[in-house]
Design a protein around this ligand. Structure first.
Ligand SMILES: Nc1ncnc2c1ncn2[C@@H]1O[C@H](COP(=O)(O)OP(=O)(O)O)[C@@H](O)[C@H]1O
Ligand SMILES: [Mg+2]
Length: 246
């Protein structure tokens, strides 16, 4: 497999508590991969490690063939963009300016794009504005958007970076069914041709979106496979789908 993202033997402790116990995960180039598991399993912690916000106690992370385990978050952001479990838009700024900032930040992290004309930044931001369906809200302060719109903007901020690998942490959390359906269609459309790793609680969403699914339970990946294989997996049913699903 041509892995765009590879996590090998990742261990993470907080004080005396071990949260991740040797996690292995491979995401193929161009694949949409979902990470599911009960609350507290360590999913967001794994995202923090992959994106350089925290350091693992053991193991390594390889993105696009490069060992990024000890790289700065800014350096990692050249190849990998992430969204957070809670919204992280700049509320006092306009929707369009949020996207301009993301596009500009990404360009300045890449040496080759450092002197990209502002016109290009603007074009990239406006293209993303259309893609996330917020063109009519371009000049609205982000704080005035509905929750679902803010989450769409979160997605746009991650995607406006042009990074080939995208990590999304519970992009549909807190949305109603109609909003979640729309957000998923948006994610499907806007991650075309990129590599996606998404943490998602909505099972219907996961099974519709993902090429493959990995199941994290108490800091261990207990299964990886196609949606059909995961649905049929007894360990997964016992540990997650059966009862503790949230
Ligand atoms: N900074 C931290 N300090 C101490 N414990 C943490 C920290 N971050 C996460 N944890 C703990 O690690 C475990 C996994 O959390 P998290 O990665 O957020 O799980 P998930 O995203 O799967 O719900 C939880 O028990 C949580 O309390
Ligand atoms: Mg989480």
């Amino acid at each position: 497999m041509n892995a765009a993202l590879e996590v090998r033997g990742i261990v993470k402790r907080f004080g005396a508590t071990r949260v991740l116990h040797g996690v292995d995960l491979q995401v193929a180039a161009g694949e949409r991969h979902a990470l599911i598991g009960p609350n507290g399993a360590g999913k967001s912690t794994l995202f923090d490690l992959i994106s350089g916000r925290a350091r693992p106690d053991a193991g390594c992370i390889v993105a696009n063939g490069i060992d990024v385990t000890h790289q700065s978050p800014q350096r990692i952001s050249r190849t990998l963009a992430r969204s957070f479990q809670t919204t992280s838009v700049f509320g006092a700024m306009s929707v369009l300016d949020n996207l301009r900032c993301a596009a500009l930040g990404a360009a300045s992290a890449r040496f080759i794009d450092k002197w990209l004309p502002s016109r290009h930044i603007d074009e990239r931001a406006r293209a993303m504005l259309d893609a996330i369906g917020l063109a009519e809200r371009a000049n609205e302060r982000a704080a005035r958007l509905t929750y679902a719109e803010q989450r769409a903007l979160d997605l746009g901020i991650a995607l406006a970076t042009d990074a080939p690998i995208i990590l999304l942490d519970e992009p549909t959390a807190g949305m109603n069914r109609a909003e979640a359906t729309r957000a998923l269609a948006l994610i499907r459309a806007t991650t075309q041709g990129r590599t996606l790793l998404v943490i998602e609680h909505d099972m219907d969403a996961v099974f519709g979106l993902a090429d493959r699914i990995s199941v994290l339970v108490q800091g261990r990946v207990i299964a990886t496979g196609t949606p059909a294989a995961i649905r049929a997996n007894r360990d997964v049913q016992d540990a997650y789908l059966g009862g503790a699903a949230t």
